[in-house]
Write a protein of this length. Structure first.
Length: 97
């Protein structure tokens, strides 16, 4: 999960990971800032962009070879972890086909 400096997304990533575990899904989520994402992206299977940095997506798609999902602003603001999990799950299911 990537945000502007990695601070706001740290707590959010932790809570999102807890919600994955509640659904018996073994998913690890790390937070990082937009400036170190390109260097760290090889460690990740999927990149989540917070609303604060969603406008970087076109540039990031050219820099990194990983799928990128933007978290909807409303879901991020309301901590709608279940909907975000469903977005991620839908994407991963689509990729398995």
């Amino acid at each position: 999960m990537c945000c502007s400096c990695g601070l706001t997304s740290s707590l959010f990533a932790e809570k999102l990971e807890e919600n994955f575990k509640k659904q018996h899904m073994n998913v690890h989520i790390e937070a990082c800032d937009i400036h170190t994402l390109a260097n760290k992206s090889s460690n990740y299977e999927l990149v989540l962009l917070t609303p604060q940095v969603h406008y970087y997506k076109p540039q990031l798609l050219q820099l990194i070879d990983k799928p990128i999902i933007t978290i909807p602003t409303t879901d991020y603001a309301c901590h709608n972890y279940n909907h975000i999990i469903s977005i991620i799950d839908s994407y991963l299911l689509k990729e398995d086909i």
